[in-house]
Structure formats: structure tokens, C-alpha cells
Design a protein around this ligand. Structure first.
Ligand code: UD1
Length: 432
């Protein structure tokens, strides 16, 4: 079992470079299937969700060649399998993008129901609604989703909830459909725009991405392209908060400041200084941190994927802060772990009340999901003493070499591998 051991109390200083966006990469990789020629993707993050996506592509018959540390040439022309089995799909929520991409290219797809972080009920009814509207029929059996269409035809799709996944899947399935597709109440996240830009660079005709109405005129053929994934908004936000929590001074490079606006505004309210440049952002603290209220909403609101991290920062701020989760049902599971570190947080449904104590203490804790894991690292960096974080595989799904990047900023963090027997003995000792 691998763990992070964090010795807290060091200010983060220096420069860090942000990797490509996880939530864009996991959609762009399946989108390559739609091309009739090889594509090159750059700025691809080295994270386990990307490795799983690449493995799925290879298992389907695509030829994947690594060109550099973050770039790949993917030739989808020999794909002859249209199925993503349970063993791979269960590890990654975003395996659902193979549904839209395979359907859009081959008019058929068979993908296991997706896994991913346990954030409460995670239905895919809106994805299926979009596929049906385009002319596909679906069946669900043995945990597999089967999609089939004689032909896909442009149509009007109204999403009942603003869903990133359903919006991107609707785009993937509609890009080669005959005629015009209009997606209403579409998600506006930067990764939705990135998917549209990528497909347009392949010859697609997608307009309005980044607004809530996306129009797609179907094309017959998509061509090879060379494209760089956008920087990861959430990784950047996580480093901004890590810098703030340690009262550090960090220049965060390879970011799109516009994508970070909602995070920047909130941090400024808390007392964090932020300087924005073209593609970097400096974060430093030279005064007290103060309470605020945060509510997560779809983009351009404050991202739900930054909620555990900002809540952690607020435990270090003066006063009572309120954090309201507006997207997921169960996104406060990490609170019990923060309490073990001395945080004073009470949760009622989707609202957390945080009494800022100004300090945290090191403790053994467990990452219960990806962003919760990032929050525990931030807590460990700011805490007095040693924090041991278990279940770090969650963190490695979405952060490219987080411990290496933090170490380069002066953090005392290391990854240790404890043999499973020793880990079990420890667990037994702790349970007694
Ligand atoms: C994506 C992100 C995830 C982020 C989330 C919200 C990826 C791989 N993951 O997840 O990191 O937390 O956006 O920004 O990009 N919903 C339905 N029916 C559906 C689909 C969604 O009711 O068919 C609901 C969900 O239960 C949730 C809300 O819509 O309450 C938002 O979900 P959605 O935007 O689809 O999240 P994901 O795309 O799964």
C-alpha cells in the first residue's frame, strides 16, 4: 500500500508548472476515435485516468505511440472492437466518453457502467437522453450499456440538468450525425470548450461551446490534427490553495487565468494576494486569512472539484465560514478526516459550517476521493506534525506527480510503499 507522509509547517515558495487538464484529456482521448486519420495530442497529464484511457484505446485496436513525456500519436484507423469491459471502465468515471465517441463513429458501442469517485448518486440518464434523441437505442444488461443506431440524425437536445459529461457525450455523438444538433442547457466548463476546439481542429463544425447553447452541424469525415490539451484548472486551483494554506509565495505557470476567476475572487476575499499574468499566476499571503462563504455551482461558478480544498483553507481562517455544495450529494465525506486533524466543521446535508481554528494537527487519514485526497495533502502541509495519507491511488487518478511538484516548492512530502502485510498489521493495531 502506498502512502504520502507529509511533515507540515513549511512555507511553499518558488515556481510550479501545471499539467494538462484531466477532465479535458479523458474526453479528448476517446474523441480521437472519431478521426479517420492519426492525431497527436500534447500536454497530456501523466495520471492514472489517462493511462486507463490509453489502455482502452489500445485494447480496441488503436495504435498509441508516446512521442515525448506528455505527447502521444494515436492512430484510430484500425479500431475493430467497440466494447469497454467492466474491468477497465469501473476504474474511471470518464469511460462513459467511449459511449459517445464509438456511437458517433461506428453507430454502436458497448461500455460497462462507469466507476469513479463516490460523490453520491451519479446517474447518466441525460447522456442516454441525448443518444436517444440522436436516434440510438440503448439496452442495459449485466452492468453493460449497449448503444445501436441505424443512423444518427441531428436534433434538439434539452438537458434537464447542467451536466459536463452529458454535454460532452452529446457533442461526441452528434459531430458526424446528419444535419444540425442543438444542445440546450449545456455545461460551459473549459473542458467542454476544449473538446469542441479539438473536434473543430479535426474538421468538425461546432459553435457556441462555452455558452449554454451549442450548435453542431454534422460532417462526414474528421481528419488528423495536432492539439495541446488546456492546462488543468483544478490542479492550478489546488496549488493556489496549497500556497495560501502554508502562507507561501508561489508562481503557478502554464495556467489560463480566465479559467481560474471564480477561485481567484474567493481567495482574494479570504485575504490571499493574487497577481495575474498572461499564462501564470502568483499567489502569496502576507496577512491574516478571514472567513467567507462559498457555494459550488456549474461553471462559471465556483467549481465543486475545489470544494474540499477551499474548505480546508477555511479551517485556517479567522471566523465562521459556510460552504454549500451545489452539485454533488455527498461531497463532505472528507470532513471526518479533517476533524481528526483538529478541524471544527459541522455538516448538515449540503452545508458545512467551519469554525476557523487557525491551526491543524498532523494525523493518520484516508483519502476518500480524488479532491478529498488533495485537500488532505493541503491540510498536512499546513498542519503541525506528521500527516500520513492512505488510499493515495485516488489522488494519482488526477494529479500529475503531485508530491514531486510540492517537494520542488519546499514541502516535506514523500511517497512510501508499505508492504500489504505490514499495512494490515498496522490497521489491526489501530483498530484495537
Ligand atoms: C464532471 C467532472 C467532475 C466534476 C463534475 C461537475 C469529468 C470526468 N468529471 O463529472 O470532476 O465534479 O463534472 O463539475 O469531467 N447528472 C444527472 N444526470 C446525468 C448526468 C449528471 O442528474 O445524466 C447530475 C449529477 O448527479 C450531478 C450533476 O448532474 O448532480 C453534475 O454532474 P456532471 O456535470 O454530469 O458530472 P460529471 O460529468 O460526471
Amino acid at each position: 500500500m502506498e502512502k504520502f507522509i507529509v511533515k507540515g509547517g513549511r512555507r511553499l515558495t518558488g515556481e510550479v508548472t501545471i499539467s494538462g487538464a484531466k477532465n479535458a484529456a479523458v474526453a479528448l482521448l476517446p474523441a480521437v476515435i472519431l478521426s479517420d486519420e492519426p492525431c497527436v495530442l500534447e500536454n497530456v497529464p501523466n495520471i492514472s485516468d489517462v493511462n486507463i484511457s490509453l489502455r482502452i484505446l489500445k485494447e480496441m485496436g488503436a495504435e498509441v505511440t508516446m512521442l515525448g513525456k506528455d505527447s502521444y500519436r494515436i492512430d484510430p484507423t484500425r479500431i475493430d472492437k467497440f466494447c469497454v469491459p467492466y474491468e477497465t471502465a469501473r476504474k474511471m468515471r470518464a469511460s462513459y466518453y467511449f459511449l459517445g465517441a464509438l456511437l458517433g463513429k461506428f453507430n454502436k458501442a458497448r461500455v460497462s457502467m462507469p466507476g469513479g469517485c463516490p460523490l453520491g448518486d451519479r446517474p447518466i440518464d441525460q447522456h442516454l437522453k441525448a443518444f436517444s434523441a440522436l436516434g440510438a437505442e440503448y439496452t442495459l444488461s449485466q452492468g453493460m450499456i449497449d448503444l445501436r443506431a441505424d443512423k444518427l440524425c441531428g436534433t434538439q437536445i434539452f438537458l434537464d440538468v447542467v451536466s459536463v459529461g452529458a454535454t460532452m457525450n452529446a457533442i461526441l455523438a452528434a459531430v458526424k450525425a446528419e444535419g444540425l444538433t442543438i444542445i440546450e442547457n449545456a455545461a460551459r466548463e473549459p473542458h467542454v470548450v476544449d473538446l469542441a476546439n479539438f473536434l473543430n481542429s479535426m474538421g468538425a463544425n461546432i459553435m457556441g461551446a462555452g455558452t449554454d447553447v451549442i450548435k453542431i452541424r454534422g460532417v462526414n469525415k474528421l481528419y488528423g490534427t495536432n492539439y495541446a490539451v488546456i492546462p488543468d484548472q483544478i490542479e492550478a486551483g489546488t496549488f493556489m490553495i496549497a500556497a495560501a494554506a502554508t502562507k507561501g509565495d508561489v508562481l503557478i505557470k502554464n495556467v489560463t487565468p480566465k479559467h481560474l476567476e471564480s477561485i481567484t475572487k474567493k481567495l482574494e476575499k479570504i485575504g490571499v494576494n493574487i497577481e495575474q499574468y498572461d499564462d501564470s499566476i502568483r499567489v502569496y499571503v502576507d496577512g491574516p486569512l478571514v472567513k467567507t462563504s462559498v457555494k459550488t455551482t456549474p461553471h462559471p461558478g465556483f467549481p465543486t472539484d475545489m470544494q474540499p480544498q477551499i474548505a480546508t483553507l477555511l479551517t485556517l481562517a479567522e471566523g465562521t465560514s459556510i460552504v454549500t455544495e451545489g452539485v454533488w450529494e455527498q461531497r463532505f465525506r472528507y470532513v471526518d478526516e479533517l476533524r481528526r486533524m483538529g478541524a471544527d466543521i459541522s455538516v448538515d446535508g449540503k452545508v458545512a459550517v467551519i469554525e476557523g481554528t487557525g491551526k491543524l494537527m498532523g494525523a493518520p487519514v484516508k483519502a476518500c476521493d480524488l479532491r478529498a485526497g488533495a485537500a488532505l495533502i493541503i491540510a498536512g502541509l499546513a498542519a503541525n506534525g506528521i500527516t500520513e495519507i492512505e488510499d493515495i491511488f485516488h489522488i494519482e487518478r488526477g494529479y500529475d506527480c503531485m508530491e514531486g511538484k510540492l517537494r520542488a516548492l519546499g514541502a516535506d512530502i514523500e511517497k512510501v510503499n508499505i508492504p500489504d502485510d505490514a499495512a494490515q498489521n498496522n490497521q489491526k493495531k489501530n483498530a484495537v
